[in-house]
Design a protein around this ligand. Structure first.
Ligand code: M6R
Length: 621
């Protein structure tokens, strides 16, 4: 939530700051601002609404500076209006903030009692006052920041400038992501690497409670006591080109279409083709923990949680270990029962979701082995976990997660197969077949993308319906949840996902001719090991549920398998997937539900990549 950027170097920073903010806008987009420093004074420009407003405001401004900071906001404290937009300037200090200062009210009362006038409703401005107050007492800029930070409760990433040190940017982190980018005679501070990849791929990630002092030629990382600490410079492999739309109208559409490649990149390197066996390279020495475990907890939020639900089916069926799946925001506070022979898996595209991070810290404090599944290298989750399996999906920029979901699902599938192998609950022929199936999944996904024209048509036909149910059974049920989430987050239409058998326990009361039910009913070319009739039973039961909807005149969009004339005849719209095993079908099913949501949103004219009220990376609780 909120993207922050800082620059100190030799170039005039307006374009740099704006370009970086464009890359960060996915983190929040209700207001934006920049500040520069020239001739001993700040120039601050802020604007309510999207970044375009700020760009327009700055169009004819000629800046003469070589230092600046910027912010794109997702409001927590105070309405998204210009007065609350960042940067916040107070006396000799200007700052941008991502996070929440939980004890701001306490500080605010003291500042007001000392005669300070607070202009905004934000927690962030209070921090600018606290630093300025220290400086007014004669404390130097860096020291003043260092003294104020320990008085703050909550989470923060700050980038700060002062008129007293016109080449220096101070950055500080506790709980919200922040990195330093090292350029040629220039330094950057940013919420994430995408913001600065056009100029440098050399970065240092700040740890919690660390500060960085940056000038154009050097940076120094300090610990909480102000003592310089060594830091590792990482070389980022993503390129700036991967961050563009390459001809697609939206990032979401590009990312949907990238799924076959994302899956290939995620799978490759983890398959021993000659033995037809999965061996996940990122597991490394952590693998020894898998042998001893007797129970698994999967913890995540949103779409990543839905991947986790699929993981439950995979791990339980392949390795016969019990799995529970928790919302990260619930897990942390329910005093979960955790033993040292459990395994906790935390799933996150960004690796910065605060709920998930906090849940992992709780599990780590209990001595439980913690494995992360993450898309962003060296993100906080990845760095703090005992081991991380990366989904090599490439940068995901659309707020609605798509390729990260199927890549997470593929990782969970591979992990479950490997666990099944380690726990000797799969025969050799079974894990070899499962290995072959995941290897051919990207090709099947290519085929599914070919359904787009027909999906577009259906989107036009159904865009004016106001209520959608998504139903599936067994392993298709998490995809129903994901389909409903996709539709509601980018179209703002009401959508709910259910296990199909639950419809009759209440939701069926809503079914009528103006309600659409998505029935996810593929047939499966293979069954869960030791459960040879499951897929057939699920399919037959789903058909019965479909009849219940039809009997009440509900509209039906069905996703099934090619040559399924029974389903095709009963549905108002039918999309056929290529034949695949029960464990592969969820990855194929994901594509039509994503494309449907995308095309409905496009027709309704919503902002597909930046839907209202949302942000890509949720770094507040
Ligand atoms: O980065 P994460 O995977 O931890 O994010 C978790 C959720 O915030 C995220 O999946 C969210 O639900 C997406 N917008 C859904 O499309």
């Amino acid at each position: 939530m909120c993207g922050i950027i800082g620059y100190t170097g030799e170039k005039e920073p307006k374009e740099t700051l704006l370009q970086a903010l464009k890359r960060l806008e996915y983190r929040g987009y209700d207001s934006a601002g920049i500040a520069t420093l020239e001739g001993g004074d700040f120039r601050v420009y802020r604007c309510e609404g999207r970044l375009e407003g700020l760009e327009a405001k700055l169009k004819d401004e000629h800046l003469q500076s070589t230092i600046g900071i910027g912010h794109t906001r997702w409001a927590t404290h105070g309405a998204p209006i210009e007065r609350n937009a960042h940067p916040h300037r107070v006396g000799s200090v200007v700052l941008v903030h991502n996070g929440i200062v939980e004890n701001y009210a306490h500080h605010k009362a003291k500042l007001e009692a000392a005669g300070r006038k607070i202009q905004s409703d934000t927690d962030s401005e209070i921090v600018a006052h606290l630093i300025d107050q220290k400086m007014a007492e004669g404390v130097a800029f860096v020291k003043a920041v260092q003294l104020v930070l320990p008085t703050l409760e909550g989470s923060y990433a700050f980038v700060i400038m002062s008129t007293t040190e016109p080449n220096t940017i101070v950055a500080a982190r506790n709980g919200s992501p922040l990195l330093i980018g090292i350029g040629e005679k220039e330094m950057y501070c940013a919420s994430d690497v995408q913001a600065i990849l056009s100029w440098t791929n050399k970065v240092v990630y700040l740890e919690d409670k660390q500060m960085a002092v940056c000038t154009p030629s050097r940076y120094e990382i300090l610990d909480a006591a102000g003592v310089p600490v060594k830091s590792e410079v990482k070389q980022i492999k993503w390129t700036a080109d991967e961050l563009g739309k390459v001809g697609y109208a939206h990032f979401m559409l590009k990312e949907i279409h990238e799924q076959p490649r994302a899956l290939t990149n995620t799978i490759e390197g983890n398959i021993n083709h000659s033995d037809e066996i999965i061996a996940i390279k990122d597991l490394g020495l952590f693998r020894k923990n898998l042998k001893a475990i007797n129970r698994v907890s999967i913890v995540a939020c949103g779409t990543s949680l839905h991947a986790g639900l699929l993981g439950k089916y995979y791990i339980e069926q392949f390795s016969r270990l019990p799995v529970e799946v928790d919302y990260a925001s619930e897990f942390r506070y329910r005093n979960p029962i955790l033993e040292r022979d459990n395994l906790c898996i935390f799933i996150s595209q960004s690796g910065e979701t605060l709920d998930t991070l906090a849940a992992m810290r709780e599990a780590k404090s209990r001595g439980v082995p913690c494995l992360a599944i993450c898309n962003v290298r060296d993100s906080t989750l990845a760095r703090e976990a005992d081991a991380t399996i990366y989904t090599n999906a490439g940068p995901e920029i659309g707020v609605a997660s798509t390729k990260a979901f199927t890549a997470q699902t593929a990782v969970l599938y591979m992990l479950a197969v490997e666990m099944g192998h380690i726990h000797a609950s799969l025969f050799k022929t079974q894990y070899q077949e499962l290995t072959r199936e995941i290897v051919r999944t990207p090709f099947l996904m290519e085929k599914v993308l070919g359904l787009e024209e027909s999906i577009k048509k259906a989107a036009a036909e159904y865009q004016d319906f106001r209520c959608f149910f998504y139903v599936g059974r067994g392993i298709y049920y998490p995809v129903a949840l994901e389909g409903a989430l996709k539709l509601k987050e980018i179209t703002y239409l009401h959508a709910e996902g259910y296990p199909a058998g639950e419809l009759k326990h209440g939701p069926i009361a809503l079914i009528s001719e103006d309600v659409v039910t998505f029935v996810l009913a593929p047939q499966a070319s293979s069954n869960p090991p030791n459960n040879p009739t499951t897929s057939r039973v699920y399919y037959d039961k789903l058909m019965a549920n479909l009849e219940e909807v039809k009997a009440r005149n509900g509209k039906i969009i069905a996703v099934g398998t090619e040559n399924d004339s029974r389903l095709a005849e009963r549905a108002d719209v039918f999309w056929a997937l290529p034949s695949a095993g029960w464990a592969i079908n969820p990855m194929l099913l994901s594509i039509p539900v994503q494309l449907f949501a995308y095309h409905v949103a496009l027709n309704l004219g919503t902002d597909v990549d930046k839907p209202r009220n949302l942000a890509k990376s949720v770094t507040v609780e």
